[in-house]
Write a protein that binds this ligand. Structure first.
Ligand code: FMN
Length: 244
């Protein structure tokens, strides 16, 4: 049991560079895709397809796609930023501002005529040194029965993500989720480059690779159990845990 919890706790977003000299072993990639294969989906719909992108040509073509961030995204993103490790540890939610390009963390850069505007184009940076991308496609023709907006179908894509992430972690493979791939018009361009059928939606992509500096760590925080666990009625916090 504790071994499972260790993999869950150690799983993290790879924020550092990948080792450009190492590609993902085929056998490891197969294990990661097997983990996706066994993800739970509503009614076992299996509403996803996964595109492996490892050809230099395709990676470069994707890397060149413009990915201008909308002001509303930048604003909401900004609200989750901590500007020091100490602030992050106190907040216990959100991320360090330093993981993003400086222009994302400076509201003055967001106006359309700002000189910083060009720094907001991030797709190339995300994909640049990645030996392999997995692009996860949502197949909207396989809807979770009775699920408004197919919320349940979308939830299952999170299960696919987590299964692949945990397997990657257990193999020592760095994993970085890129939801920018699902943003229109980036999504349209990604679909064009990869010949994705119109009925499919890009749910997310993940960049995989061996970390260039496996020892590098950045602070990861979570709320304490007492902060989000309630007992029998909302707001009641009377669970006493044994120390084992
Ligand atoms: C659905 C989902 C979407 C995410 N999208 C992105 C993303 O687009 N870019 C990114 O850098 N991280 C993304 N992340 C990673 C989160 O920022 C990260 O999981 C969170 O900050 C906690 O850090 P940890 O993964 O290291 O524990 C995403 C995570 C999830 C679950």
């Amino acid at each position: 049991m504790r071994r499972i919890l260790k993999v869950i706790r150690d799983r993290h977003s790879e924020r550092g560079a990948f080792d450009a000299s190492r590609s993902i072993e085929k056998s490891d990639l197969k294990l990661i895709l097997e983990a996706a294969r066994w993800a739970p989906t509503p009614n076992n719909m299996q509403n996803f397809e996964i595109l492996i992108v490892d050809a230099k040509e395709q990676l470069e073509a994707i890397g060149k796609l413009p990915a201008d961030m909308s002001e509303s995204f930048l604003r909401e993103n900004y609200a989750q930023l901590a500007f020091s490790e100490e602030e992050l540890r106190v907040r216990k939610t959100g991320v360090l501002a330093s993981i993003f390009p400086p222009a994302w963390t400076n509201p003055e850069a967001w106006t359309p005529d700002s000189d910083y505007r060009s720094q907001l184009t991030f797709l190339g940076r995300s994909v640049h040194e990645t030996p392999l991308l997995l692009v996860v496609l949502y197949d909207g023709t396989k809807r979770g029965p009775g699920s408004e907006g197919d919320v349940l179908g979308h939830m299952s894509l999170g299960c696919v993500m987590e299964n692949m992430w945990l397997m990657s972690e257990s193999l020592g493979i760095g994993f970085h989720v890129l939801t920018v791939f699902s943003d229109s018009p980036v999504e349209q361009e990604v679909k064009r480059v990869l010949h994705v059928p119109a009925a499919m939606k890009v749910a997310f992509a993940c960049a995989l690779g061996y970390p260039a500096d496996p020892g590098a760590a950045y602070p990861r925080v979570r709320r304490e159990l007492e902060e989000f666990v309630h007992h029998n009625e909302f707001g009641r916090k009377d669970v006493v845990w044994s120390s084992r």
